[in-house]
Design a binder for this molecule. Structure first.
Ligand code: NAD
Ligand code: UFG
Length: 332
């Protein structure tokens, strides 16, 4: 059975392609490589010993999507393609709205044309804004504080309206918590260019000496050690969640929403200390002021995904730290 993976060269998409191929799906990827490299396709093929059909192009390109759907009988789409840098979305809101929303609308229109009504969408825990309590459940109130988050919330709304208009659609909306780590092989992972926004890639660049020290954004939060608490999830666990969600969608599940997290929160300091211990490296840091827009703590109640999909995260924080570093060291 063939599935289309938009943004399949990216961090989460590439790991999901590996799991899809290993689960026996045929994989077609479309990616414009705006935040990834084509080599990833070869790496996925090397890990799995299976072929990936790759189209380099934009999901906003209606003609290209038509071509893909005309050539391949696509049973479902996993829609990862999107821009994801929160800060950049504040300075370039129109680029974010254009890219993330236009690509989704184009994709959905072409899916309707080819009568493919099964989709798994990459949403984010960012749609919970400042959560009213912890852990976060799927029925919590939704809000956003930046254009990136708004694109996710709008797309969730578009998908809901689509489902209301036509109950033949099967839609899984996955709200990811904080994916980190890399595939065990060290062939795929995350290593952004320049100065990273996110904590784990930043820690890794300090550990490799590319950056001098980590800035910890605040140690005066209402958390056990004062630093921000997040639900870090191993990227391979997250990727596996997509296979379960896809199976559910293909069984005719209507629309549903799932938190993909571990249910455990770790502070910035705990992550730094674990990283130092398992990799036997030093990560110098200094505490600076809070980053605007950050919340104190965020972690999932992942029990709904377990009840409905039979999925739960298996890998711990040590494996996340070890595998994330291993990827960067191997590819230096
Ligand atoms: P990523 O940037 O590594 O991957 C996204 C991929 O999509 C890239 O390969 C990029 O080149 C491609 N892309 C972007 N716009 C495109 C377009 N218009 N046409 C074709 N390709 C396009 O990001 P990721 O971390 O793998 O995230 C995947 C999805 O998950 C995104 O939608 C992101 O918003 C969402 N998400 C990510 C996180 C996270 O922490 N990484 C958290 C929550 C949600
Ligand atoms: N942090 C630092 N120093 C850094 C970077 C981050 O102290 O250099 C802290 C933050 O203040 C926060 C924690 O580390 O307490 C995690 O920050 P990240 O930037 O790694 O992750 P966020 O939780 O802020 O956001 C990420 C994605 C969002 C997504 C969200 C939930 O960037 O797009 O996870 O999935 F919505």
């Amino acid at each position: 059975m063939k599935v289309l993976v938009t943004g399949g060269c990216g961090y989460i998409g590439s790991h999901t392609c590996v799991e899809l191929l290993e689960a026996g799906y045929e994989v077609v990827v479309v990616d414009n490589l705006c935040n990834s490299k084509k080599d990833v396709i070869q790496q996925i093929e090397e890990i799995t010993n299976k072929k990936v059909i790759f189209y380099q192009g934009d999901v906003c390109d209606y003609a290209l999507l038509n071509k893909i759907f005309a050539h391949h009988e696509i049973a479902a789409v996993l829609h990862f393609a999107g821009l994801k840098a929160v800060g950049e979305s504040v300075s370039q809101p129109l680029r974010y709205y254009r890219n993330n929303i236009d690509s989704t609308l184009t994709l959905l229109e072409v899916m309707i044309k080819y009568n493919c009504k099964n989709i798994v969408f990459s949403s984010s825990a960012t749609v919970y804004g400042t959560p009213k309590s912890l852990p976060i459940k799927e029925d919590f109130p939704l809000s956003t504080t930046n254009p990136y988050g708004s694109t996710k919330l709008y797309i969730e709304g578009i998908l809901k309206d689509l489902y209301i208009s036509d109950n033949d659609w099967n839609i899984a909306i996955l709200r990811y918590f904080n994916p980190i780590g890399a595939h065990k092989s060290g062939l795929i992972g995350e290593n952004p260019n320049g100065i990273p926004n996110n904590l784990m890639p930043y820690i890794i660049k300090v550990a490799t000496g590319e950056l001098d020290y980590l800035n910890i954004y605040g140690n005066d939060y209402d958390t056990p050690d004062g630093t921000g608490v997040r639900d870090y999830i191993h990227i391979v666990d997250l990727a596996k969640g997509h296979i379960k969600a896809l199976d559910k969608v293909l069984s005719g599940s209507g629309i549903d929403y799932y938190n993909l997290g571990t249910g455990k929160g770790y502070s910035v300091l705990e992550l730094v200390q674990t990283f130092e211990k398992v990799n036997n490296v030093k990560v110098p840091y200094q505490v600076t002021s809070r980053r605007p827009g950050d919340i104190a703590a965020c972690y999932a109640d992942p029990s709904y995904a377990y009840d409905k999909l039979g999925w739960k995260a298996e890998l711990g924080i040590e494996e996340m730290c070890r595998d994330g570093y291993n990827y960067v060291i191997k590819n230096k």
